[in-house]
Design a protein around this ligand. Structure first.
Ligand code: NAD
Length: 352
């Protein structure tokens, strides 16, 4: 397997492979870019089918983190880590200790946070070995679960998208179809309900979706039917790669904005949505709330009001992107990529 020619390699600074036979650790850490500061990104623990799949995922995600942090105005670069293991059976203290030593060996160039398969307790375990970890629960109980902050960011991105695409100053009466009502989707539904939006929900977990629907006066549709809902907004909050050619052809919504990472199954899908007049809000702009909160955990002036205000700034960032995209006749993701690159390349140039 060639690393430098890998389709997702795309200017990575460093990729570390590690194996610890005693604990069984098999891990990869990818640092895409550290121009703006140490690379911050989640630690996934997942039983990938093979190394190639794990590598592809970690490279793609660490690059996305560079763009997410740059647009969220954070002094961090992008990174990501995976432990190839099943979090249900393989997550032993020895495995986490070995991972902690691996992270520590990078001397702060990579900072770990929670992700798929890892939780706040795992971050505490890493923190016994290395200071380069975030997402720790503080004594007041805050920290640990970034999803309320992610949901707040998606909600504010919706406000910006609705103002731009529908000319409405508020979300009252706007119809939103949410795919996936887990940690982020459920919290988003509550924010939207409070704002007077009309909701349509879907989830493969019928108990969870029906119980939430009663609290937020929502209609529930079958998972496959969510793309066909005649809504103003489609909010993907379940899994990645959801926007494939078939879904982009079927979607009825005017705007797509949600929390799921890596929503575009192929880059061409952004063009397809743009050609249909559907505003696609890049996932890494909308779902930056969690990483913003995590980044604030290291700041001495950290307080919840400031964090929420920073996250609410996603609305303005998005409006800048949408205005520029409108002027240049390009899909918003093309402008978002360019704006992010301008930020980290400019900072790099001024630092050298
Ligand atoms: P979660 O696991 O709590 O929720 C996902 C929900 O999607 C679950 O309820 C699941 O049953 C449902 N689901 C799965 N497949 C589905 C399908 N085909 N149709 C409908 N529902 C389906 O995850 P989460 O923390 O809420 O995160 C949601 C998405 O947002 C993920 O893609 C995640 O990577 C991304 N994200 C989350 C955060 C965060 O702070 N949690 C931050 C950035 C990005």
């Amino acid at each position: 397997m060639s690393i430098f020619d890998h389709a997702e390699f795309r200017d990575h600074e460093q990729v570390v492979f590690a194996h610890d036979p005693l604990s069984g650790l098999k891990a990869i850490i990818a640092i895409h870019n550290s121009y703006l500061g140490p690379a911050l990104g989640g630690l996934q623990i997942h039983p990938y089918r093979n190394d190639a799949q794990a590598l592809g995922n970690v490279l793609r995600s660490s690059r996305t983190m560079t763009f997410k942090s740059a647009l969220a105005d954070l002094s961090h670069g992008g990174g990501k880590a995976v432990i190839i293991a099943d979090p249900r059976y393989d997550k032993t203290p020895a495995l986490l200790e070995a991972m902690g030593h691996l992270i520590d060996s990078l001397n702060g160039r990579y900072i770990a946070a929670e992700d798929l398969g890892s939780n706040a307790a795992d971050m505490q375990a890493l923190a016994r070995v290395t200071p380069h970890v975030m997402g720790l629960r503080n004594p007041a109980g805050a920290g640990g679960d970034p999803s309320p902050f992610t949901a707040w960011g998606v909600y504010n991105a919706m406000r910006g998208a609705v103002r731009h695409a529908l000319g409405k100053e508020e979300l009252r009466g706007v119809q939103v179809a949410i795919q996936g009502v887990g940690h982020v989707g459920a919290r988003l539904a509550r924010y939207l309900h409070e704002a007077g939006a009309r909701l349509v929900l879907s989830d493969v977990d019928s108990h969870a979706v029906n119980s939430l629907a009663r609290h937020v006066d929502a209609r529930v549709v079958a998972p496959k039917a969510i793309f066909d809902v005649d809504a103003d907004i489609f909010a993907p909050c379940a899994m990645g790669d959801v926007l494939n050619a078939e879904v982009c052809r079927r979607l009825q919504a005017r705007i797509v904005v949600g929390a799921a990472n890596d929503q575009l199954a192929e880059p061409a899908c952004a063009e397809q949505l743009h050609a249909r007049g559907i505003v696609y809000v890049p996932d890494y702009v909308a779902n930056a709330g969690g990483v913003i909160e995590v980044a604030w955990q290291r700041r001495a002036d950290n307080d919840r009001r400031r964090v929420m205000a920073h996250i609410a700034g996603i609305e303005r960032t998005l409006e800048t992107i949408l205005e520029r995209a409108g002027r240049e006749g390009l899909p918003p993701v093309a402008i978002a990529d360019r704006l992010a690159e301008e930020r980290f390349v400019k900072r790099h140039t001024s630092a050298t």
